[in-house]
Design a protein. Structure first.
Length: 276
């Protein structure tokens, strides 16, 4: 574990576990979490002999709570700074939710010669927001509601998200894990309220159509069919049409946070893709 300082003076926290000569598997977390969200995946791939890397996005987790730069361009540039610092090559970049947007932009514009494959899990691209060109998107009022709830009582809002739609714990018959809820809340509350507030615009209003078209490496797209956070019809099922070398796999009944609720299944599918 360590930190790097970006060109604009932001300290980015990262974890770098495993043999340095092994193929790197690099994880990019979602909003408003931290690298800790990947514990189940990092330990799994570490045990398989891979080098595993994850960082906390600016304003999130243990990285600097800076005022500015809470947008997809800075997110991708920060990820590139970590990859450059560690000289990661032949890497597989895996992103969840907002982290999938980060991966798409990083691979498209920073990853040439460094990236072997990419994975987008429950990811926001191409565009979450409902617009004239994206009629199946989510209305701006929903994201305004997120901002209002965060500003009014972030601590309670984060409990409500984790205990409700994020992991599907609001579904009848769901097996609810208090530990998962508390860990989501813990990660969220470590970060900056300003970064999280402005990050809502980053994950909802960034059009990544061109990012997806520009990705030249094999890309696996995974999403749960019961994702209540990122609508699958406006995300993975559109993204796959834009990727040059994409493979789509969906999971009936799985929630947005399926890497945490179903790591036994997701980890094996990730491993099969990486080894293929």
């Amino acid at each position: 574990m360590g930190t790097i300082t970006t060109k604009d003076g932001v300290e980015i926290f990262f974890k770098d576990w495993g043999p340095k000569e092994a193929q790197p598997v690099v994880f990019h977390h979602g909003w408003p979490l931290s690298a800790d969200d990947w514990d189940a995946q990092m330990l799994f791939f570490l045990a398989k002999g891979y080098r595993v890397v994850a960082h906390d996005r600016r304003g999130h987790g243990r990285s600097s709570q800076v005022s500015d730069g809470h947008d997809m361009d800075h997110y991708a540039t920060d990820a590139a700074a970590v990859a450059d610092h560690l000289d990661l090559r032949n890497a597989v970049h895996i992103g969840h939710s907002t982290g999938g947007g980060e991966v798409a932009r990083y691979v498209a514009y920073h990853g040439k010669g460094r990236v072997a494959k990419a994975v987008l899990i429950s990811s926001v691209p191409p565009l979450m927001l409902k617009t004239a060109a994206n009629p199946g998107g989510t209305p701006i009022e929903v994201f305004d509601g997120y901002r209002q709830a965060l500003a009014a009582n972030r601590a309670q809002f984060y409990i409500d998200v984790a205990a409700g739609p994020f992991y599907g714990f609001n579904r009848p018959g769901a097996t609810v894990s208090q530990g998962i809820i508390q860990n989501w809340w813990r990660q969220g509350m470590m970060g900056s309220a300003k970064a999280h507030y402005e990050g809502i615009k980053a994950f909802s209003e960034t059009d990544q159509t061109e990012d997806l078209k520009a990705i030249a490496v094999p890309t696996l797209v995974l999403q749960g069919e019961d994702d209540q956070v990122v609508p699958i019809d406006d995300a993975s099922r559109l993204a796959i049409k834009l990727l040059k070398h994409g493979t789509l796999k969906t999971y009936p009944g799985y929630p947005h946070g399926m890497c945490t609720t179903h790591p036994d299944v997701i980890n094996q599918d990730l491993l099969a893709f990486i080894k293929a």
